[in-house]
Design a protein around this ligand. Structure first.
Ligand code: NDP
Length: 349
């Protein structure tokens, strides 16, 4: 790695025009270039990184609601977009990080970022550099940990159970399905296009998959794929799919709610009509946040790394090349245009 001696360099950035409410549009973002000194301020515990990959995630939408679990807002007036990424340490005042370390965690949409204050706590050192670095935005990062916590910890799965996953081709869903298959479950996923359905069945090993946009009777579709009912529902979307699932749960079923992407931007959220089934069928519904499970990260890696190395877990990414392609990639992730976990490649090491 070049020795920068704290020189000043140009730093291309993607900035937000303002706070946003709802899914971002490309016009909510603009490009600018400033300069940055490649050295942390004397005496600070900051970490200066060169960004390599940036992650496009659903939490990056704006919301008027104050969310107590959020560490940061992705959009703030004339500030670089904030989100997860993979980076290389250029200089560090922090005892846990040194120049040359590869890290993943919360960074900014620019070529170089100075990570300060609470965001330093989000940085994880990357130890397993034999695997694609971009995996730490998805499979081996926050979404992967979400899949692990939501499936193993919240759903208490057992061999042979019937598992349904919505937004199954997403960063989280892909992995939940493969965990469930490795556990010997019967697994069905829903996604928003025929192409995604085909990949779920032919590449990711799901037993069945369907395009929810083409099913006008979701209850009927679920009855077709689960004639004996559903034991576990991993919910990424909420709304109408959740309501139809309630009609198809088996007694003592578990519903793990990671998110409800279909509800995030509705003026009037969809009502859930079939909640009474929760009582009759003794169903457990549990929402969770990944932040409560980060202490299990080493256990997660212990499980998932051998599977990846043996090719028993695979992962599909959609990589947009260059910071310039970031805004379109982020917008595309929300609309379902991404062909796999959406990543932006900023720089190769
Ligand atoms: P996803 O890839 O699942 O989210 C993007 C996808 O959602 C789109 O590509 C689209 O795919 C689908 N989608 C968009 N709108 C709708 C809609 N109206 N109805 C159904 N599907 C829709 O993201 P992740 O895998 O990163 O995250 C999965 C879920 O987990 C999200 O809800 C997210 O907010 C949540 N999450 C929660 C965490 C936690 O700590 N609880 C941590 C991380 C994520 P398609 O083409 O299939 O429609």
């Amino acid at each position: 790695m070049a020795d920068y001696h704290g020189e000043e360099v140009k730093n291309k950035q993607v900035l937000a025009r303002d706070y946003i409410d709802g899914n971002p549009k490309e016009s909510d973002m603009y490009f600018s270039t400033n300069t940055i000194r490649l050295k942390v301020p004397d005496g600070s515990n900051a970490v200066l990184v060169k960004n390599l990959y940036l992650s496009c995630d659903p939490y990056m939408r704006g919301t008027k609601e104050k969310n107590p679990v959020r560490l940061f807002n992705s959009f703030a007036p004339d500030s670089p977009i904030v989100g997860y990424g993979v980076a290389k340490v250029v200089d560090s005042g922090h005892p846990d990080f040194k120049k040359g370390d590869l890290v993943w965690g919360v960074t900014k949409w620019e070529e170089y970022s100075l990570i300060t204050n609470k965001l330093i706590e989000s940085l994880f050192k990357i130890e397993h550099t034999d695997l694609p670095l971009s995996y730490h935005t998805g499979l081996l990062g926050m979404p992967g940990m979400t899949a692990y916590a939501g499936f193993y910890e919240v759903c208490s799965p057992k061999r042979g159970e019937y598992v349904f996953i919505s937004s199954a081709y997403g960063a989280v869903g892909q992995l939940v399905g493969q965990f469930a298959k490795l556990m010997g479950c019967y697994v069905v996923g829903s996604a928003g296009s025929q192409e995604k359905v085909d990949i779920l069945k032919n590449k990711l090993g799901f037993d069945e998959a369907f395009n929810y946009k083409e099913e006008h009777d979701l209850d009927g579709a679920l009855k077709r794929y689960f004639p004996e009912g559903i034991d576990i529902y991993f919910d990424n979307v909420g709304g109408k799919i959740l309501d139809a699932v309630l009609l198809n749960m088996r007694p003592h079923g578990r519903i793990s709610v990671a998110g409800m992407i279909s509800q995030y931007n509705l003026e009037e959220p969809d009502g859930i009509k079939h909640l009474l089934k929760v009582v009759y069928k003794q169903i457990r519904i549990e929402g969770f946040t990944v932040y409560d499970y980060y202490h299990l990260f080493p256990k997660f890696l212990e499980l998932v790394l051998p599977y990846i190395r043996e090719g028993k877990i695979v992962y599909v990414e959609d990589t947009a090349e260059g910071l310039e392609s970031g805004p379109a990639a982020l917008v595309g992730m929300f609309s379902g245009r991404s062909a796999g976990k959406q990543v932006v490649l900023v720089a190769r090491e």
